[in-house]
Design a protein around this ligand. Structure first.
Ligand code: BGC
Length: 762
């Protein structure tokens, strides 16, 4: 078995667990529900609702941390505090309908047995987990994977994660995270697809489909997807996690909501309400957001779960007076399930008795939760995913590890390769691998609670396996991640001097890019920067391998190194994926999903910013929208990424230059590989609406295509443009499009190339 999902427990815990699971309070007489009869689910659910006490209803809306199953690390404030015996008793009493962040088939079966055999109404439990980028097998962090610009890849890794989760008695994943991330100080940029709306939409759909699969939620290998955190959580002021969000409704609709809508259209049947407030109303108490828009306009039929105690946090927001008030506000706003706080269970009976919450609102929430349980097939097979044999077969397979390696190398972005320093030779050169991330096993990235740690591959190991003569490799840490090491720099400099080539493995630890890990200064930590300066001073050629969960400000010897690879957190096979690229078995072909700024102080910085009335220009002029220190341009733009081939672009062609209102316009560009290796190129189509009744972004990605070009070959890459691609949210907050002139770029990234012009004519 590749990974023991429910590893041995200590004796005390085992006893506790046994009492909890089997200690069996007397089973209360159950009413006669039509189990076993072929009633359509909707009718069964109505029968159930009619039979439920108000406590049992509240129980179905109550979600707690799983205290039964092994969780190698805690990921939330009160995680690990649950008492198995108490929780088991509550399940028996019908006061808990859902558990999360416990994984494992065997114990999953036992817990489910309590619900379906010992509780009065025998309603199965829903098991959820944060399966963000893999379960036992860990795939690249979502931001890394977004660098592939490959939705099929995102689909396949989500599918593999779902197969592992579903085989370990999980029904729902709290993913994908579809929050657009435009401020790199925010620690959770790492969990999403970056700054662009189109890329976020596509990844949102691919991941939702990947988690849920193609055969319906009742399929034993499906996981219910939970696009989160609705809404605008990524727009936290100053990139400070949990911070307030104040933005126009037009921006909300244009930028932050589309990836959610896309996920729902792809079939996601749950979503998670965010921690933040939006325009003065916390998302978790926001009736406009969770009911009017989500249900009314979008027709969402699944359930909304609060984020970890976010309904309780309405009190700290100063939006609810106490727990009772918080439960009332969240329920009425449309939050169906309460995560961890227990406030629904505690207050719903009284809220209904007093008339503060109509029974119909409670029934509505219960109906939604039960309907999703039914859609997952839980009423027909409550024990889905609890076969130990299947779990053994389906998690951590060789196929999943091969996919992790492939996804890893597809996620690497080459920012720079002066003089063709990369790829490195596998033999004949002495390589010094310097920096904390050479031997480091910090390869997973955040939200990898159950990742199989015995299977992590460091960069050092990847290099050793790839090199023909590994004795030519010297490995020196030189520095800790955030603290200097005694004698570290001296040892590193000596190793650099004795080598032909230096590879500097620098950046952030996984703990630095995660929830609640906002950074005011998004730099390579100073001790590592000092290491880089000292090593570069030896004059040896330097390749930088950046480990990061966000775009970073690069400076000094790091910025000036002749070759830089962004390697993010690539998961289980990280070292091998990196070696595949560094030693040239595969060419890098990733593209940045976030702009790399020149200075932290530019944040939030994204390519689709507004022009302003005084756009910065490349000329050194005063009175422009630019900073004294750096102007206002990226160091590396969104979409940038080099490969081992060398690709040049011709001028885009827009045919007659007219896009008829109900027609289409063919646009094309010639792309030539002038290098000696085959090139995989992502040709990107950007537009700018030159004059509109609302100010428009200076560029917006509207389409892209990946093509393979043989050395010396020229390919013509064509796109078809339609009016629907030019929509924006107008003054009346409706999507609209106006005739007129547009700029168009067909380019290797944002912020480069000359545009051509076309007209949209009515
Ligand atoms: C995070 C969510 C996560 C939840 C459950 C919260 O702190 O914001 O993304 O799904 O915890 O672990």
């Amino acid at each position: 078995m590749p990974h023991d999902a429910t590893p041995p427990l200590g004796a005390t815990r085992r006893r506790l667990l046994a009492t909890a699971l089997f200690g069996g309070a007397a089973v209360v007489a159950a009413p006669r529900i039509a189990w076993g009869q072929a009633l359509p689910h909707a009718a069964r659910i109505e029968q159930l609702i009619a039979a439920m006490t108000i406590e049992e209803k509240a129980g179905q809306l109550n979600l707690l941390n799983d205290p039964f199953r092994f969780r190698p690390q805690s990921v939330n404030p009160t995680d690990g505090e649950g008492d198995p015996a108490r929780v088991a008793a509550e399940i028996r009493a019908g006061r808990i309908g859902n558990l999360f962040n416990g994984v494992g088939a065997e114990t999953g079966r036992e817990i489910q047995r309590i619900a379906v055999e010992e509780s009065r109404l025998k309603i199965p439990l829903l098991f959820a987990a944060d399966i963000i980028h893999g379960l036992f097998t860990v795939f690249p962090v979502p931001l890394a994977e977004a660098s592939s610009w490959d939705t099929d890849l995102a689909y396949r890794t989500a599918r593999a994660a779902a197969v592992e989760g579903a085989a370990s008695a999980i029904h729902q994943t709290y993913a994908p995270m579809v929050d657009v991330g435009r401020d790199q100080r925010w620690g959770r940029v790492v969990e999403g697809a970056g700054e662009d709306v189109l890329l976020n939409n596509l990844m949102s759909v691919a991941r939702t489909r990947g988690f849920q699969g193609e055969r319906g939620l009742a399929d034993p290998q499906a996981l219910l997807a939970t696009p989160k955190h609705i809404a605008a959580y990524g727009a936290a002021e100053a990139g400070l996690d949990y911070n307030t969000v104040d933005m126009s409704e037009a921006q909300l609709k244009e930028v932050y909501l589309p990836p959610f809508k896309a996920a729902f259209e792809a079939g996601a049947l749950s979503t998670m309400s965010a921690f933040n407030d939006i325009n003065g109303i916390p998302a978790t108490g926001n009736e406009w957001l969770l009911t009017e828009l989500l249900r009314g306009e979008w027709g969402f039929e699944g359930f909304v779960v609060s984020d970890y105690t976010s309904e309780q946090e309405l009190i700290a927001h100063g939006f609810a007076a106490d727990g009772r008030d918080a439960a009332r506000i969240a329920l009425l706003a449309g939050v169906d399930m309460s995560m961890v706080s227990g406030l629904y269970l505690e207050h719903i009976p009284d809220l209904v008795a007093s008339g503060d919450v109509p029974m119909a609102v409670v029934d509505r929430a219960v109906r939604r939760v039960l309907s999703v349980k039914a859609a997952l097939g839980l009423f027909d097979d409550p024990y889905r995913g609890t076969s130990v044999e299947r779990e053994r077969r389906e998690v951590g397979t060789a196929e999943h590890y091969a996919l992790a390696r492939e996804a890893g190398r597809r996620s690497v972005v080459m920012l720079k390769n002066d003089g063709g320093l990369l790829p490195l030779p596998k033999s004949g050169k002495r390589i010094a691998l310097i920096g904390p991330f050479g031997p480091s096993l910090d390869v997973f990235g955040p939200w990898t609670i159950w990742g199989d740690e015995s299977k992590r591959v460091s960069v050092e190991q990847g290099f050793r396996e790839a090199m023909t003569d590994p004795s030519l490799l010297t490995v020196v840490e030189g520095s800790g991640v955030e603290e200097a090491l005694d004698g570290g720099i001296e040892a590193a400099v000596a190793a650099a001097r004795a080598a032909d080539i230096v590879v500097l493995a620098l950046g952030e630890s996984q703990g630095m890019s995660a929830e609640a890990q906002s950074r005011a200064d998004i730099v390579v930590p100073p001790p590592q920067q000092a290491l880089a300066e000292a090593v570069a001073a030896t004059g040896k050629p330097v390749v930088v391998l950046l480990r990061n969960g966000r775009a970073l400000e690069l400076s000094g010897a790091v910025r000036d190194a002749p070759a830089i690879l962004v390697t993010w957190f690539l998961g289980s096979e990280m070292g091998r994926s990196v070696a595949d690229i560094v030693f040239g078995d595969h060419a890098p072909d990733g593209r940045l999903p976030v702009s790399f700024p020149q200075l932290s102080g530019q944040q939030p910085f994204y390519y689709s910013r507004k022009t302003t009335g005084r756009p910065a220009s490349s000329r050194d002029e005063g009175y422009k929208a630019q900073f004294r220190e750096v102007g206002h341009a990226p160091l590396y733009p969104f979409g940038h990424g080099l490969t081992y081939g060398a690709v040049t672009y011709g001028a885009p062609s827009v045919g007659g230059g007219v896009l008829p209102w109900d027609g289409s316009l063919e646009v094309s560009v010639q792309v030539t590989n002038t290098g000696r290796r085959a090139a995989s190129e992502v040709v990107q189509l950007y537009i700018r609406d030159r004059v509109a009744t609302m100010t428009q972004p200076r560029q917006l990605l509207k389409d892209f295509k990946r093509i393979e070009i043989a050395p010396g070959a020229t390919e013509t890459v064509r796109f078809t443009l339609r009016r629907e691609q030019l929509l924006f949210v107008g003054r009346d907050l409706e999507w609209t499009v106006e005739p007129g002139e547009f700029d168009l770029w067909l380019a290797p990234s944002a912020e480069v190339g000359e545009p051509v012009r076309f007209r949209l004519e009515r």
